[in-house]
Design a protein around this ligand. Structure first.
Ligand code: ZN
Length: 136
């Protein structure tokens, strides 16, 4: 279940409350922005990740919440992945994943199909000489 605005507000509040004493404070706007970047993911996974990240005294900024390859995301629930139909307006030209599922671990920069199509240059093949032209 993706997050709605109320979920984000609730988790923002909890993250602020969970910051350890002496750790750098996180501002609510930054926390909410980081959570919004992963709002398409499952609420339980995001909630656990937010709490784990907020409890990490070494985390300087709430940016780790949006980084799904960070340690706070290592434990995640196992649930079937919902089928997402291929959408050329949001898909990556390299791996076909939608933009929101692209992570730092994808191994390449996200390139939208639309951008790739626009910049792709298809040179026409050189014409082969006809038999009549090759004979003297
Ligand atoms: Zn890709």
């Amino acid at each position: 279940m993706p997050l709605n605005d109320q979920d984000i507000r609730a988790l923002t509040y909890l993250a602020g409350r969970c910051r350890p004493t002496g750790a750098p404070r996180w501002d609510d706007a930054g926390i909410a922005a980081a959570i919004a970047k992963v709002r398409h993911l499952h609420l339980a996974d995001v909630a656990l990740s937010v709490i784990r990240a907020a409890d990490d005294a070494k985390a300087q900024t709430p940016g780790v919440i949006a980084n799904t390859s960070a340690p706070n995301w290592q434990e995640r629930g196992t649930r079937p992945v919902a089928h997402e139909p291929f959408d050329p307006t949001t898909a990556c030209d390299v791996c076909s994943l939608p933009a929101h599922r692209h992570t730092n671990n994808s191994g390449h920069e996200f390139v939208s199909v639309a951008d790739a199509t626009r910049t792709r240059t298809v040179r026409p093949k050189t014409r082969l000489p006809r038999t009549k032209e090759t004979q003297p």
